[in-house]
Each structure stands twice: as structure tokens, then as C-alpha cells.
Design a protein around this ligand. Structure first.
Ligand SMILES: Cc1cc2nc3c(=O)[nH]c(=O)nc-3n(C[C@H](O)[C@H](O)[C@H](O)COP(=O)(O)OP(=O)(O)OC[C@H]3O[C@@H](n4cnc5c(N)ncnc54)[C@H](O)[C@@H]3O)c2cc1C
Length: 374
């Protein structure tokens, strides 16, 4: 049996960021990934590094998200220097467009709540009126009456973000095992064994980072006490042909990529494990985008897809270490682009050290163990 310091199961954005972070800490790591049969949110997302709407009612999530966004420039530069791959990160701030008074009122209330909840950490935002917004975003549609803005938001190329940590991980000596499904294994405290191919590997640490696959592991791999009650939530995205550079910053549902294509998205649909596209939803996405920027009507849609988010019941990440099998960790979230820096720079060092910071206690899945009312 070959032994490692850690085994990471799942090579999406979450697993690869953690695996890279562990390898950078000097650990000998194996990263196992199922491959094309799996649901892979990391290959179908919108690419926002988004802060402004994250953590209403959960200030710990607001702080975790913002810290990740703050560390993104360093991570992007480091990945580019190590691998030569640009993850296309830009942080020009971002806006959430409001179409109508009801949306604007709701947004204003939400942003102010978040400012109050942030207490000393602070939360800088502004509500922009139409005139101010029209100066920032050319060709704004008449239906847009205002927006919320924060300086914290940005975007990146999500496929390069997936590629770069993989490459950096392997260059740091990590072993990547693709096209391999982990079903079950043998856990013992600080001694986990997993069969891959015709051999077995073992490590004192295992990280379950298999996205939607985290909910389906056998009880032995999941290790008692590590629950990941994540559910699929479908999102559909459309991409236009390349256009001259028009949009200086991303909005929640329309952003221009570095290459010039404009991404339109993205729906939030509760349809189980259905990854099909639906014309009615695509029409709604396109209609809202054209109301926001009427000039989009003249661009051809060249691509579209649907993918499944990894959604915890309350939308907040789940991070845990098993109490009965110390050394077994789990990481799940629905914002793996935004949180990539937190996962590589903060979570991975904690896992390497063998204990999650008490500040992450609020992200434990134990928060769902609320006894039913009598
Ligand atoms: C439409 C859409 C838009 C999004 N937009 C954004 C956005 O703008 N910004 C943002 O921050 N986030 C966004 N997200 C979310 C982001 O993509 C996810 O949070 C992130 O990709 C989750 O990564 P993951 O590694 O947990 O899961 P996945 O990408 O699903 O990866 C899980 C991996 O685990 C592997 N696996 C599964 N089971 C096993 C097994 N048994 N054995 C071995 N390997 C296994 C699979 O092969 C897969 O590669 C979006 C998601 C969607 C769907």
C-alpha cells in the first residue's frame, strides 16, 4: 500500500484548491477525481468572484467570502507565476441591476442589513441611481432604475481556474488520479484506506470534496459524523459571440469575459439531477439581459448549457472534521469560484495542521441538527 499525508476525493474547484493548498504546505497528497460521468459544477459556472450578496443573516459567511475575494489577486498571481496559466481575474467592483421599484427597494434593504450585520468588519456599498449607473455602464436599458454596487466583486475565467491549481498541484509533487470513482473505504482514526485501480492507498487525512458526490459516499468513507446534505440546483447560462469591450464590470447576471463573449445567466432551478436545458428558462434569461442592455439583442448566442450547483440547505458552506474519525474532513459550497482563495490559503493550512479554526465552527453541518419541535 502506498501511503500519503492526505487524500483528497474530488477534483473540482473545491478539491483542487484544497489539494494545491495542502501540497504547498509540503504534504504528499493524492487527488482522486471521478471524471466525465460525474456532475461537475466547476465546468459549468458563471465565473463571478462575488461578495455583495453573500451572508445576509450570516455575518461569518460575509467575512469568509470577503476575505477570499481579498486574497484572490494574490492567488491569481501565484497560479500564473507557477503555471503560466492566467485565471483572468479582475476586480473592478460589481453591480446588481434592479428592474423596477420593488427590486430596488428589496435590494436597498438587503444591502443595509448586511452593512449593519457586518459591525466592525465594515461593508462598503452604494445604491446607484439610473443616471449614475448609465455613466458607468454604456447602453443601459430604460427598465433599469438603479443598482447596488460594492468594490469587492470581480470575475475570472472558471475553466482556467480549474486547470491552474491542478497544474500547480502536480508541479508541487501531488499525484492526480483521474477517472476513478471512490465508493467506500476503510476508515480508522487518522488511518484512511481507499482502493483505487488494483491497489490501495492510505493516509492519516482524507478530505471529502466531491461536490454532489459527497452526499452519496458509503458510510465508511463518509466517516461517522461527517454529513454533507447537499442538493443539486440547476443553473443555465448563455454566451454570446465575441463583442468589442463594452462592460467595464460584471453584474450578477451579465458579464463580459476577457475574450469578449458576454455570459448571461443564471437560473436557480429545483429540478433534481436534470442537466437538460429548457427553452422557457433560456428565454427568461435572455429577456432580462436585453431589458438590462438592449444592444445584446444584436449579438448571436453561440453557446448555452446547464449545470448543477452543489447546494447546502441554507446556502452556506459546510466544513467539518469528523469527531469519531479525526483526520476526515469535508468541504462543500455553492460558490467555489469565489471561495477558491479561502480554500487554498486558509482551509488547506488548517487541514494540514489537523484542526479547523474555531471560527469555522459555524459552518459545521451540526447546524442542521435541530431537534424537531415537540
Ligand atoms: C450554473 C452555475 C453557475 C455558478 N456560478 C458561480 C459563480 O459565478 N461564482 C461562484 O463562486 N460559484 C459559482 N457556481 C458554483 C461553483 O461552480 C461550485 O461551487 C463549484 O464548482 C463546486 O465545486 P466542487 O469541487 O465542490 O464540485 P464539482 O465541480 O461538482 O466537483 C466535484 C468533483 O468530485 C468528483 N467526484 C464526485 N464523486 C466522486 C467519487 N465518488 N469519487 C471520486 N471523485 C468524485 C467529480 O468528478 C467532480 O469533478 C456556479 C455553479 C453553477 C452550476
Amino acid at each position: 500500500m502506498t501511503r500519503y499525508d492526505a487524500i483528497v476525493i474530488g477534483g473540482g474547484l473545491v478539491g483542487s484548491a484544497i489539494a494545491y493548498g495542502l501540497a504547498r504546505e509540503g504534504l504528499r497528497v493524492t487527488l482522486i477525481d471521478e471524471g466525465d460521468v460525474a456532475y461537475r459544477a466547476s465546468r459549468g459556472n458563471f465565473g463571478l468572484v462575488w461578495v455583495q450578496s453573500k451572508g445576509d443573516g450570516a455575518p461569518h459567511y460575509q467575512r469568509w467570502t470577503r476575505r477570499s475575494a481579498d486574497e484572490w489577486p494574490t492567488l491569481a498571481a501565484e497560479l500564473s507565476a507557477r503555471t503560466g496559466i492566467s485565471v483572468g481575474h479582475q476586480r473592478p467592483g460589481g453591480v446588481h441591476l434592479c428592474l423596477g421599484e420593488a427590486e430596488l427597494g428589496e435590494r436597498r434593504a438587503r444591502m443595509e442589513r448586511m452593512r449593519i450585520q457586518s459591525v466592525n468588519f465594515g461593508f462598503e456599498y452604494r445604491m446607484l441611481d439610473r443616471r449614475e449607473l448609465a455613466d458607468m455602464l454604456p447602453g443601459l436599458g430604460p427598465s433599469v432604475i438603479g443598482a447596488s454596487w460594492t468594490p469587492y466583486d470581480g470575475h475570472a475565467n472558471p475553466l482556467n481556474l480549474l486547470h491552474a491549481p491542478h497544474k500547480a498541484f502536480v508541479e508541487k509533487g501531488g499525484r492526480y488520479v483521474p477517472n476513478t470513482t471512490v465508493g467506500d473505504g476503510q476508515p480508522a482514526p487518522r488511518d484512511f484506506r481507499i482502493a483505487i485501480g488494483d491497489g490501495e492507498i492510505g493516509a492519516p487525512k482524507v478530505v471529502l470534496a466531491a461536490g454532489l458526490g459527497n452526499a452519496g459516499f458509503g458510510p465508511a468513507v463518509r466517516a461517522e459524523g461527517l454529513s454533507a446534505p447537499v442538493e443539486p440546483q440547476r443553473g443555465q447560462i448563455l454566451v454570446t459571440e465575441r463583442a468589442q469591450r463594452v462592460l467595464p464590470m460584471p453584474t450578477t447576471t451579465v458579464r463580459q469575459t476577457v475574450e469578449g463573449g458576454i455570459m448571461l445567466g443564471d437560473s436557480q432551478e429545483d429540478v433534481g439531477f436534470d442537466t437538460g436545458q429548457e427553452p422557457a428558462v433560456m428565454q427568461t434569461i435572455a429577456r432580462r439581459a436585453v431589458l438590462s442592455f438592449p444592444w445584446l439583442r444584436d449579438l448571436q448566442i453561440v453557446r448555452g448549457w446547464a449545470a448543477l450547483r452543489v447546494m447546502p440547505p441554507d446556502g452556506l458552506p459546510i466544513y467539518d472534521q469528523s469527531a469519531s474519525f479525526p483526520g476526515a474532513f469535508t468541504a462543500n459550497c455553492h460558490s467555489g469560484v469565489t471561495l477558491a482563495a479561502a480554500h487554498a490559503n486558509r482551509l488547506a493550512p488548517m487541514i494540514a495542521a489537523g484542526a479547523l479554526d474555531p471560527a469555522l465552527e459555524l459552518f459545521s453541518a451540526r447546524r442542521f441538527d435541530v431537534p424537531a419541535a415537540a
